[in-house]
Design a protein around this ligand. Structure first.
Ligand code: NCD
Ligand code: ZN
Length: 459
């Protein structure tokens, strides 16, 4: 097969940026060497940056379940256009991914429509058994997700944002008891446990109708996050589990996490562009486009999260890409469902933030290297180095991009970052050496494959 030679770019390698030739054969990077050293069919990327493809470890494809909101086709069109070459999908699709059978059907569906590689998280229910987790792992789950405080509709096989479980169809949410019971199995499997960290007891105590954005902040206080993190960390530490905290949103949550790390917990942290770029002050302009769980909070929280990224305490930026229809989001603050799309703007928003911090190359660590480690993909993805998949993003650092609803490839056009201007543009994107996006156009091919974490035996 022809070798490809990417020449002329400044390349981000694990040792930092440099002027290198990158050769690719059969979808895999074969060499990263001095200019003029590579051989092959030349791809001239002069004046651009060459970065490892993004890995968004927190997306909601809505597929199967909610085709009006999104599906794997629209999700991964947005991903490809945004330089994200791997997505890892959350299990709250319908039917929820709580068994090997459900995971396998979802994988088949995703394979049929995905333009980028994909991995799948598995769901922990309060009734899940150790045996089910073992089967989910052999079916290829990247790890397990527990939505603390989210009930489960048994008849609909759906995770619900409902707090009270008086309805007999609603199964109680997974709680610290569930996690303690399943901890030995998770430890044995060696896969990460991800939590949606909002303590239901605290949310319950502060419930109120949403008339203003201040009501949202009061109803979902930062203590809900910090308590959930501390309690889960205590279980994880006892059983030596890798605990990953999804979408950290508050300074207090961060503090709880840092205390847990200092106490010896194997804990990684993720935050999202919306918490890094937005504060309560943006609600007047953005409205329900920035309603999500946990909420976007205050400037002091944003500052603490940016600081934690700089200190490398937070190793993953993911999007919690959670689209709804624009009609659903047009409802009032009380009724509009929580969530914002984000996969398309992940890479560029991180490059811009990293540029503000004085080192734009940090973005590749937040959206590629760190996420690869979380998903068990460190041996195949997340780096421009020999032996790694040729998932490559070509970025023009001389052109700017303004995030606008009309450029969004997701079904939901309005997101929390709309209007943000960044001083970069994505020129082209390669998945395992195949161009999937170039100069504003997606390739028509669906080429996505399922990724599985290294070291887990295939059933
Ligand atoms: C998510 C969704 O809609 O699936 N919504 C959100 O506000 N983040 C669920 C979740 O991650 O809590
Ligand atoms: Zn989510």
């Amino acid at each position: 097969m022809t070798e490809l030679l990417f020449r002329g770019a400044t390349v981000y390698t694990p040792d930092g940026p440099g002027e290198f030739d990158v050769t690719v054969s059969d979808g895999v990077i074969t060499s990263v060497g001095p200019r003029g050293s590579g051989r092959g069919k030349a791809v001239d990327v002069s004046g651009n940056w060459l970065l490892p493809g993004g890995i968004d470890v927190h997306v909601h494809s809505r597929d199967p379940g909610f085709p009006d909101k999104e599906d794997f086709g629209t999700l991964t069109a947005a991903a490809a256009a945004g330089g994200v070459t791997t997505v890892v999908d959350m299990p709250n699709t319908v039917p929820a991914v709580d068994s090997a059978g459900a995971l396998e059907s979802k994988a088949a569906l995703a394979r049929s429509r995905s333009r980028v590689d994909f991995g799948l998280w598995a769901l922990i229910r309060s009734t899940s058994t150790a045996e089910q987790l073992v089967e989910l792992a052999s079916a290829g789950a990247v790890g397990f997700k527990a939505y603390l405080g989210y009930s489960f509709s048994v008849s609909r096989k759906q995770v619900l944002h409902a707090l009270d479980a008086s309805d007999p169809d609603l199964e109680a949410p997974p709680d610290y008891g569930t996690l303690t019971r399943l901890a030995p199995a998770i430890a044995e499997l060696g896969l990460p446990l991800v939590i949606h960290a909002e303590d239901p007891g605290i949310l319950h105590a502060f419930r109120r109708p949403f008339e203003t954005y201040e009501d949202v902040l009061e109803a979902r206080p930062a203590e809900a996050e910090s308590v959930a993190i501390s309690a889960t960390a205590s279980v994880a530490r006892q059983h030596d589990i890798h605990l990953h905290i999804a979408h950290v949103s508050s300074a207090l949550g961060l503090q709880a996490a840092e205390e847990a790390i200092a106490a010896g917990t194997r804990l990684t942290l993720e935050t999202c562009p919306q918490y890094l770029w937005r504060t309560e002050a943006d609600f007047a302009r953005l409205g329900t486009a920035m309603k999500m769980n946990p909420p976007v909070r205050r400037a002091s929280d944003q500052q603490a999260l940016r600081d934690a990224l700089r200190r490398e305490v937070i190793s993953v930026v993911a999007t919690d890409h959670a689209p709804h229809t624009d009609d659903e989001k047009a409802q009032d603050l009380e009724h509009a469902p929580p969530g914002t799309p984000g996969v398309q703007t992940l890479y560029l928003s991180c490059l811009e933030l990293a540029r503000h911090m004085g080192d734009p190359w940090l973005a590749a660590r937040w959206v590629s290297e760190g996420p690869a480690a979380l998903a068990g993909l460190s041996e195949s993805k997340g780096r421009i180095a020999p032996g790694y998949d040729a998932d490559l993003v070509v970025v023009d650092p001389t052109q700017s991009t303004t995030f606008s609803p009309k450029a969004m490839r997701s079904r939901q056009k309005h997101g929390a970052l709309q209007g943000l201007k960044v001083s970069f543009a994505i020129t082209s994107v390669y998945l395992r050496g195949v161009p999937i996006y170039a100069n504003g156009r997606l390739s028509t091919r669906s080429t996505g494959r399922m990724v599985r974490p290294a070291g887990v035996p295939i059933a």
